[in-house]
Design a protein around this ligand. Structure first.
Ligand SMILES: [Zn+2]
Length: 290
């Protein structure tokens, strides 16, 4: 289920004093793509192992994904946007070496279908009809994408991410939605059916970066987990946290509700990786590097 690529074999030769013996130290840098392909709206792990590296970046889908230090090397989270067309794409891995040099590996990465569905038509009640206005949508998209584009090098989480609640899922990530104003939009998160007032838990430890109302997402909490990973909890009836606060995995951050562009009490849950919205249910099953 993964591809390994040896990108460089570095040979260092040293001469011992007064002798003719050479000490040959050989080292190599290995790039591992821990996946066969990336689904639309999903992430995959790329690992670097070897010595004399100080970091690096992956370039793909016209985006840059940084490497972070992990046990035995570095790792990057490559995320494909939900609307990325299904085909093969060029990918470049750049490794920064301790001596100031760089190494480049060029390959390909395949994007497969996110298997998205089309949902039954959505009917927004007349008192929330203004929330379908395209300028409202664009303002909110811009605001969220500026939050999600931050990359905090510190890693706050440990282990895997967990569900924000034990509740039945309803509307899946990436679904195509037709609204009663004739517009069609994509679903950026996963929905859980939850009565108003149900506790909502942090999916992983992190720092709260947003805790207030938004037109569409309603009362909204966003947690920065580090490494460019954010989780977002929307339509809340109450918020219990403030920006800057460190929260632990499983900590109750608010109560579910029906605020914003919502047609009934539920929790809308998003995860963004390096600025790309990904399927949260797929993401929590991804084996993250440590
Ligand atoms: Zn939703």
């Amino acid at each position: 289920m993964f591809r390994k690529t040896l990108i460089a074999l570095i040979t260092a030769t040293a001469l011992t004093f007064g002798a003719f013996a050479h000490i040959r130290a050989q080292s190599s840098i290995v790039i591992t793509l821990n996946f066969e392909y990336i689904r639309q709206g999903s992430a995959g792990v790329i690992s670097l192992s070897g010595v004399d590296m100080v970091g690096g970046v992956v370039n793909a889908f016209e985006r840059t994904y940084p490497f972070f230090p992990v046990t035995g090397g570095f790792a990057a989270l490559l995320a494909a946007p939900m609307d990325q067309r299904i085909r093969e794409y060029p990918i470049t891995v750049t490794v920064y070496r301790a001596d100031g040099g760089t190494l480049n590996w060029e390959g390909t990465v395949k994007v497969e279908s996110g298997e998205f569905i089309r949902e039954p038509a959505f009917s927004i009640p007349s008192d929330k009809f203004h929330l379908l206005d395209m300028s409202v949508q664009e303002n909110e998209d811009a605001r969220l994408s500026s939050i999600y584009s931050v990359v905090t090098p510190e890693r706050f989480w440990e282990g895997q991410f967990s569900l924000p609640a034990n509740a039945p899922t309803t509307s899946p990530f990436g679904s195509v939605r037709d609204f009663n104003d004739g517009s069609t939009r994509r679903h950026g998160g996963y929905d859980f059916r939850m009565a108003t007032g149900t506790p909502v838990k942090a999916a992983a430890s992190g720092r709260v970066v947003y805790a207030r109302g938004l037109d569409i997402h309603g009362n909204n909490v966003i947690i920065d987990h580090g490494w460019g990973i954010f989780s977002n909890y929307s339509h809340l009836s109450q918020i219990f946290v403030v920006p800057g606060q460190i929260v632990l995995q499983g900590e109750v951050i608010g109560l579910s509700g029906n605020t914003g562009r919502s047609t009934g009490p539920h929790l809308h849950w998003e995860i963004a990786v390096n600025g790309v919205l990904v399927n949260p249910l797929t993401f929590i099953r991804l084996k993250l590097p440590t």
